[in-house]
Design a protein around this ligand. Structure first.
Ligand SMILES: [Mg+2]
Length: 182
């Protein structure tokens, strides 16, 4: 969105801290922030812990930043630029949808893509990381401006999903919840 010559998108290119131990990480804590790539896949040890059942290795995120960290960083970014006047809920929603389109563009015409994106270049992976980040940043700001406490809302919604899709009834099935009602 171009406004008064500015791209009032709150684009995160210059806001996300790149930190390592020994430098300020911007999250109000001295805890080191893991660099990109520090996120891990579960070890074979954890596979052994679940009864030796062969499970696909699961990717996990770094613990920081939290959703509240992301909200605060984006609030600081927009405050510093006097962009809050552009960041009303509807504008943020449209911006987020636009970023979803940018994610979709990266997958367009590729056919099915395997988990882990084995055929993607490092440059393509980085582009995806940036576009997914744009989506998340706008989602978090939209939730803030709508006064939705997103971390707690996620907990409530996951509880509802568990009720809607009892594992004992839906295991391995993609049927909609209405097909499981008694
Ligand atoms: Mg983008």
């Amino acid at each position: 969105m171009a406004t008064n010559g500015n791209k009032a998108s709150g684009h995160p290119d210059e806001m996300l801290p790149v930190s390592s131990s020994g430098r300020s990480n911007g999250f109000g804590t001295s805890q080191p922030v893991l660099e990109n790539g520090a996120a891990t896949e579960s070890s074979s040890h954890s596979n052994m812990l679940n009864g030796g059942t062969a499970q696909p290795e699961r990717f996990t995120f770094s613990p920081q930043p939290t959703i509240e960290d992301i909200r605060r960083l984006q609030a600081e970014f927009t405050d510093e630029r006097d962009w809050n006047k552009f960041h009303q809920p509807r504008n943020l929603l449209l911006a987020m949808v636009g970023e979803v389109g940018e994610v979709a563009e990266l997958f367009q015409w590729r056919g099915e893509v395997a988990e882990g994106l084995p055929d993607w270049s490092e440059s393509e992976r980085e582009q995806l990381a940036q576009e997914l980040s744009d989506v998340l940043i706008y989602l978090v700001e939209l939730a803030e401006k709508c006064r939705v406490d997103l971390p707690q809302a996620v907990i409530r919604k996951m509880a509802l999903n568990r009720l809607k899709y009892p594992a004992s009834k839906v295991h391995g099935s993609a049927k909609k919840y209405t097909e499981y009602k008694d």
